[in-house]
Design a protein around this ligand. Structure first.
Ligand code: ADP
Ligand code: ADP
Length: 230
């Protein structure tokens, strides 16, 4: 059963730079897709269109049957269904870890504070940060902050999780703790699309590897195929 259906997505800028030249991708429920390709090939732009973060000009995108408008009209609705984790964790520095996680469920989903805190503590537990709940992001390591960012995205109970180079800003020793959380999320059945250069993760966790080059999807195959055929 498909949950992401992107068809012939095109995007260009006013300087005529065509960043997406007609990219199609269907992702089934529970699938983990890793998106690879050279810098500037359009990976980040492509997944941002799934979250209503990036307007596009042609094609269509549906997430679980919900159309994502070209011009970001239904952005609020989309953000409830699609969680995203960025390279730079983007936590609110003036809020505690717990408040970072409870913010969206309380203000966007209308959850009671008590219920949101309860759920958020469970999520923080799941990413191994429960004991840091009352600290501020600046008091945490990069790896810990990224795990909080994952918990924050999960707090909206999204249908799909997008990861945009989630470990690229981390010191090497912290990469693994973030990949471990992503691996366990994948095992729990979450549908995930991940832009990452982590070959080990792609080999072990991905169901499919997609390769973008110059705004075109040039490969869509299994990790075994992808990494064995140069
Ligand atoms: P548009 O001009 O297509 O509506 P934007 O408002 O996002 O898109 O454009 C911002 C400006 O940045 C544009 O004038 C664009 O030409 C310019 N720009 C050109 N090349 C780049 C680039 N490589 N990265 C970011 N901005 C760029
Ligand atoms: P990747 O994630 O594969 O590195 P991106 O999706 O970030 O690729 O690629 C974006 C491309 O679009 C880059 O080549 C960047 O220079 C270009 N770009 C971004 N914003 C603009 C803009 N406003 N105008 C023109 N080009 C842009």
């Amino acid at each position: 059963e498909s949950i992401i259906v992107a068809k012939d997505v095109e995007k260009w800028y006013s300087n005529n730079f065509h960043v997406l030249k007609g990219v199609s991708l269907t992702v089934n429920k529970g699938e983990v897709v890793v998106l690879m390709g050279p810098s500037g090939s359009g990976k980040s732009t492509f997944i941002r269109t799934f979250n209503g973060l990036e307007p596009y000009q042609k094609g269509s995108i549906e997430i679980d049957g919900m159309h994502i408008s070209h011009n970001l009209k239904n952005i609020e609705m989309v953000r409830r269904e699609v969680g995203m984790v960025f390279q730079q964790f983007n936590l609110f520095p003036h809020l505690t870890v717990l408040k970072n996680v409870t913010l969206a469920p309380i203000h966007l989903r209308g959850m009671s504070k008590a219920k949101a805190e309860d759920m958020s503590m469970q999520l923080l537990e799941r990413v191994g940060i429960a004991h840091q709940a009352n600290k501020y992001p600046g008091q945490l390591s990069g790896g810990q902050q990224q795990r909080v960012a994952i918990a924050r995205a999960l707090a909206m109970q999204p249908k799909v999780m997008l990861f945009d180079e989630p470990t690229s800003a981390l010191d090497p020793e912290m990469v693994r703790e973030v990949l471990d959380v992503m691996r366990s999320l994948a095992r729990s059945g979450m549908t995930m699309v991940c832009v990452t250069h982590e070959v080990g993760f792609a080999r072990e966790v991905a169901d499919r590897v997609i390769f973008l080059a110059d705004g075109l999807l040039v490969e869509d195959t299994t990790p075994a195929n992808f990494f064995n055929n140069p």
